[in-house]
Design a protein around this ligand. Structure first.
Ligand code: ZN
Ligand code: FE
Length: 251
């Protein structure tokens, strides 16, 4: 089993540190400095780097970390990632710290975006967030909707280790979509308490996301009704998703 620890970076990024028997891997090291500081403090050797997509806040630290530790770098094959040694397209099972990790292709935020799933933990980068999802910079609504449905099919107790602390702002939007969702009201209270104490709202569980994240609820009557009000041309899950995502961009 891995131990999983957050390394906060920039304003609201989480770089996830995986530790096993004094060996370490990191997911999405956008900034090398906090990673080096953390690994030195814990006396760990970095063996593997997992990158979900090419944006600088996810891969900007790779070069410096590789220079220091010669770690292997897993990253999307079709994206330009500095220092990638293990190009992936999704569907593979890779070994990280001698443990199997499933690689999922989740295009939408970017076209090569990957998610990594191991031991009940999902590292989903900028695809699925607490109560939200990533912006569609490169992919289509149909692609992102299919990617989110693929993630939603994982076990309910999956822990969702996304790459940003966006939950509180996302929940304000979720409430606009589904003001009558009781689970959502409970989550808002819980997340407010955590954030007031400067604690992370991540990871959540997939069950929690399925109950409160509008982007995973495109078949719910209230979400469909809100999407129709915001321009969805029909009630297909992709049209509902597209309308909600568009509304979120301007929210
Ligand atoms: Zn991104
Ligand atoms: Fe990001």
């Amino acid at each position: 089993m891995f131990e999983i620890l957050p390394i906060p970076a920039f304003k609201d990024n989480y770089i996830w540190l995986l530790v096993r028997d004094g060996r370490a891997a990191v997911v999405d090291p956008g900034d090398p400095a906090p990673v080096i500081e953390c690994l030195e403090a814990l006396g760990l050797q970095l063996e593997s780097i997992l990158v979900t997509h090419h944006h600088a806040d996810h891969q900007g630290g790779v070069a410096a970390l590789v220079q220091r530790w010669q770690a292997e770098v897993f990253a999307p094959y079709i994206e330009s990632i500095t220092g990638c040694t293990q190009p992936l397209s999704g569907g593979e099972t890779i070994m990280v710290l001698d443990q199997p990790v499933s690689v999922l292709a989740v295009p939408g935020h970017t076209l090569g975006h990957l998610a990594y799933f191991a031991q009940g933990a999902l590292f989903c980068g900028d695809t699925l967030f607490g109560a939200g999802c990533g912006r569609l910079f490169e992919g289509t609504p149909a692609q992102m909707s299919a990617s989110l449905m693929q993630l939603a099919a994982l076990p309910d107790d999956t822990l969702v280790y996304c790459a940003h602390e966006y939950t509180e702002a996302n929940l304000r939007f979720s409430l606009a979509v589904e003001p009558g969702n009781q689970r959502l009201h409970e989550r808002i209270k819980r997340v407010e308490r955590l954030r007031d104490s400067e604690l992370a709202s991540v990871p959540s569980t997939l069950a929690e996301e399925k109950a409160t994240n509008p982007f995973l609820r495109c078949r719910e009557p209230d979400v469909i009704a809100a999407a129709i009000e915001h321009g969805a041309p029909d009630i297909s899950p992709v049209a509902v998703f597209a309308a909600i995502r568009q509304w979120r961009n301007a929210f």
